[in-house]
Ligand binder design. Structure first.
Ligand SMILES: Cc1cc2nc3c(=O)[nH]c(=O)nc-3n(C[C@H](O)[C@H](O)[C@H](O)COP(=O)(O)O)c2cc1C
Length: 104
């Protein structure tokens, strides 16, 4: 899923971060407004999601995740393939990248 999402994000000039802990995904996406709107529509239609919720949306001066088509923070055990852009969460369930996302 992440590989496909990253390819599509690259084509749409989207960057961001995905956090997965306690069976909940929290995602931060950045990019041109039309790309954001298109992805948001796709995410809402994706039947793998339940109770999808928009927490905040608005313009930013600069991207926080310029280097990542979708950085991913989660439990170290999920990094089976040593994937680039993976950040293992600490005991509190956070990473530096995830904290950046929270500071919107
Ligand atoms: C937790 C989660 C995060 C996702 N993040 C992205 C993403 O960043 N970019 C993306 O293109 N698709 C993402 N997807 C997949 C989309 O929901 C959707 O399947 C994909 O955009 C293909 O949509 P399409 O077939 O309508 O083009 C994510 C799916 C899940 C479950």
């Amino acid at each position: 899923m992440l590989t496909e999402a990253r390819a599509k994000n690259a084509a749409m000039h989207i960057t961001g971060h995905l956090l997965y802990t306690k069976e909940v995904f929290v995602q931060c996406i950045e990019g041109p407004p039309e790309s954001i709107e298109s992805l948001w529509q796709c995410l809402q239609k994706d039947t793998r999601h339940h109770d999808i919720e928009l927490l905040a949306r608005g313009p930013v001066d600069q991207r926080k995740f310029n280097d990542w088509r979708m950085a991913f923070s989660s439990y170290p055990s999920l990094n089976r393939y040593n994937m680039p852009g993976f950040f293992p969460v600490d005991e509190s369930g956070m990473t530096q990248a995830a904290a950046q996302c929270a500071a919107v």
